[in-house]
Design a protein around this ligand. Structure first.
Ligand code: AP5
Ligand code: MG
Length: 214
């Protein structure tokens, strides 16, 4: 089964994708994570995207479609979770073509709904484990008291360069202008389901599970 987690910045896409990987053995394809890796390892592409990402604007379709194409052609998986991709109608069309070329289908698109105020609070309180990427939140999922990541035991945590109110405004605007039209696009294709992303992490997980099992 191949699914998309669709939602604004801070909706909980990465958090839920990691839980699906653990429970279902699916493979998470997060274009945001891939781009941050390229940036951190200092590749030419990473240098090109660093400024764009820090501002909260979208990287070109060509770059992100290229990243996804390479993964779909090389990674064998018991289902993919697309996290943060597609983000434009052009990316959605490209994903459809790429899956078809691999003899695969897109089975579910899960729209995660969260209101803007909650998004700001979530994003400004987020940190991630520098070693494994486990996602934490100062309020809702604090780093364990012993200072060690609950997933891998590492002790270094980082905050993202785009997790500030200024960049978040741009990220939200990009979401409403460029990505939210995908809700209608996938509704028309008959694959869209909605979950309430405002609930607790476990409650959202339960709603996604129900969607995937219907
Ligand atoms: P990307 O990395 O995809 O960021 P994003 O879409 O802005 O989403 P986030 O990762 O910020 O949020 P999330 O939904 O994963 O939430 P999380 O689970 O972390 O993209 C970054 C940038 O890369 C883009 O701005 C763009 O520049 C570029 N880019 C990436 N893909 C691209 C593409 N396809 N095309 C063009 N450009 C692209 O949770 C957030 C916080 O909330 C955490 O602290 C978490 O612990 C907490 N939390 C999660 N769920 C809950 C809950 N239910 N209740 C309470 N707290 C919760
Ligand atoms: Mg994410």
């Amino acid at each position: 089964m191949n699914i998309i987690l669709l939602g604004p910045p801070g909706a909980g896409k990465g958090t839920q994708a990691r839980m699906l990987v653990e429970k279902r053995g699916m493979v998470q394809l997060s274009t945001g994570d891939m781009l941050r890796e390229a940036k951190d390892s200092g590749t030419e592409m990473g240098q090109i995207v660093a400024d764009v990402m820090a501002r909260g604007a979208l990287v070109t379709d060509e770059i992100v479609i290229g990243l996804i194409k390479e993964k779909l052609e090389t990674v064998k998986a018991n289902g993919f979770i697309f996290d943060g991709f597609p983000r434009t109608l052009a990316q959605a069309d490209a994903l459809g073509d790429l899956l078809e070329a691999e003899g695969q289908t897109l089975d579910k698109v899960v729209e995660m709904r969260v209101d803007d105020e909650a998004l700001v609070a979530r994003i400004t309180a987020r940190s991630t484990c520098a070693a494994c990427g486990e996602v934490y939140n100062d309020q809702t999922k604090p780093i364990p008291a012993d200072g060690k990541c609950s997933n891998c035991g590492a002790t270094e945590f980082k905050r993202r360069a785009d997790d500030n109110e200024e960049s978040l405004k741009t990220r939200l605007m990009e979401y409403y202008k460029q990505t939210s039209p995908l809700i209608g696009y996938y509704y028309a294709k008959g694959v869209l389901s909605r979950v309430d992303g405002l609930g607790a992490i476990a409650a959202v997980q339960g709603e996604i599970k129900a969607v995937l099992e219907t």
